[in-house]
Design a protein around this ligand. Structure first.
Ligand code: UTP
Length: 227
């Protein structure tokens, strides 16, 4: 069976915009697709993770402790998606890629959050995709693709239809590092996909028509990172 890993950004799970209704609709999209696809979802931490990381940093926590708090939040978010999926999900959130990989089967969606400090759930998604031999990774974010600059700040910004793994890696070296810092895709993840040549489809995760196309491997409006 074809295997797909979805990196579901926290900004998609908990933007505080009818989140329960969205998760129900997302679960309704996924359930029937599990008949023909093995689906894995890795949930991000979003603004709640950022809150704990910023506040913990003010209180003098080290990067590893902050990462641990971020991971806790990703796992609570994973529980929300499991609730929405009901009997199509497992009752507990696995803590490792291996355990999650063993949960992939017809009729079920395997849902997890983060694993260990030092990377983000994008990195976890890439490791999981490599482990299960996924055909593609869907990076579901709050932006509808990868842009030349932040489209929310720069009106002249344009969207890439396609990027190579090499170009993705080039983008990694810009920007800051540390707990809670955001990239297009995290450096660990970028290194894994480049090695395994697993395409990444960057899409607006709240657009469920686009999500369906990405999951099914159809043509998307977002950005394809491959070759
Ligand atoms: P996210 O995966 O949500 O990170 O994990 P992010 O890229 O910063 O968030 P978005 O995608 O922009 O919303 C939240 C934080 O949890 C820690 C990191 O500190 C990360 O920034 N984390 C997460 C880990 O240390 N390890 C993991 O496996 C996952």
């Amino acid at each position: 069976m074809d295997k797909v890993v979805i990196s579901l950004g926290g900004s998609i799970i908990i933007p505080d915009d009818r989140d329960g209704a969205f998760l129900n609709r997302f679960a309704s999209l996924l359930r029937p697709l599990t008949e023909d696809l093995e689906i894995y979802v890795v949930c991000g931490g979003g603004k709640i993770a950022r809150y704990y990381i910023v506040t913990g940093r003010e209180l003098g926590a080290g990067e590893e402790q902050l990462d641990e708090m971020g991971i806790d939040v990703t796992r609570i978010n994973a529980r929300l998606l499991q609730l929405a999926l009901g009997s199509a999900a497992y009752a507990k959130v696995p803590h490792t890629v291996e355990e999650t990989a063993s949960q992939g089967r017809k009729g079920k969606v395997a849902v997890m959050g983060g694993t260990t400090p030092g990377h983000t759930t994008d990195g976890v998604s890439a490791a999981l995709a490599e482990r299960v031999g996924a055909s593609r990774i869907i990076n579901a974010t709050s932006v509808d693709g990868v842009y030349t600059s932040d489209p929310r700040k720069d009106p002249g910004s344009t969207k890439f239809e396609r990027l190579t793994f090499q170009e993705l890696e080039g983008m990694m070296h810009k920007g800051e590092h540390g707990a809670g810092r955001s990239h297009v895709f995290d450096p660990l993840g970028a290194e894994i996909v480049k090695r395994c040549r697993i395409p990444i489809l960057v899409v607006d995760g709240r657009d469920l028509d686009e999500m369906r196309r990405a999951i099914l491997g159809q043509r998307i409006n977002g950005t394809v990172i491959d070759g």
